[in-house]
Write a protein that binds this ligand. Sequence first.
Ligand code: CAA
Length: 379
Amino acid sequence: MHFQLTEEHLMIQKAARDFAVNELLPGVIERDEQQKFPAEQIKKLGELGFLGMMVSPEYGGAGLDTVSYVLAMEEISKIDASASVVMSVNNSLVCWGLETFGSEEQKQKYLVPLAKGEIIGAFLLSEPEAGSDATSQRTLGEDKGDHYLVNGTKNWITNANSASVYLVMVQTHPDLGSKGINCLIIEKNTPGITLGAKENKLGIRGSDTHSVMFQDVKVPKENRIGEDGFGFKFAMKTLGGGRIGIASQALGIASGAFELALKYSKERKAFGKEISQHQAIQFKLADMATKIEAARLLCLRAAWEKDNHLDYTLSGSMAKVFASETAMWVATEAVQVHGGYGYVKEYHVERLMRDAKITQIYEGTSEVQRIVIGRTILG
Ligand code: CAA
């Protein structure tokens, strides 16, 4: 068993860290305040290969492993979780889904520009009445012979405005339940698609989240991914990898908050010495570091299993639930270590605390992860 990263892993980690510090840190507070999408930064991330990290070079990707992806997600998320969610959705939900299950034509047409970061994608599963209960899809795709006619509403869609390509789960055989669901590739500029207002969120405020409405949207049959009825399995398999991405995002938020708390504790003096010299603070730092390391090991284990073609459903859900709960706890403790300074924007930890919360909600709530873990261990 090797716990050491390779030279290549270390290089990718450093490249992501440099990018985060040089390109994402400037303006991160303002983008959060103004809910400004990091368009220029996402374009540069694409040029560096961070938006199609695991896609084969044959389809325009960087051809890296999932371990590299976890390392990069951690570094980017330490500084800007709004940018890292864009990166996560494009890499794990959109590119991975297309590369693994798409047809050759779909890959050439959509995956190549997505992997190169020339365009970005979105994954449309959630609906007003189908969040955790994802089989209850109400968006209908009526079979019209050579095309589907799509009607319905999707909710909480990350990248809804900035994406050019949507992977949309629709119910095409309502009598068949989860077996009647299909995933359709729908271009955002197709007539009949409208967006709701941008959501005014607690955290990850730089990312664009909207509801998306479909009214008589014509989608050619060749845009269906896989066999008829494959859509729910497609969504679940894709989300399995997505959960590793969000677990790594949570890990990054936690380690970013920890690094800030550690630095502050060595600078701030109280009762005649640096606060890091007080045991009350040392205990907090020790617990933060320990939980972060456990979360990192879970993320890397899930990534390693994925890279080695093992079943990573269990490890991915364990990583997601543990890392997201760690992120929330560590970020809250980091604010506490900063005292009053932690409560104001300049010190960054209040943003990390707000950003942490979503990692317990999207790509399957903590409760959903426990359902997946419980079912797996019960066989
Ligand atoms: N791989 C393959 N197939 C799977 C699967 C998996 N991981 N999980 C379930 N399935 C299959 C089941 O085998 C079953 O098929 P059969 O009928 O042939 O046996 C079918 O799918 C239905 O499965 P369940 O009966 O287990 O379904 P359920 O209703 O009990 O739900 C659930 C299971 C785990 C709760 C699921 O609904 C779920 O994951 N919900 C959460 C949805 C979610 O994560 N949403 C996130 C939205 S995307 C997002 O958040 C992106 C973003 O913004 C960043």
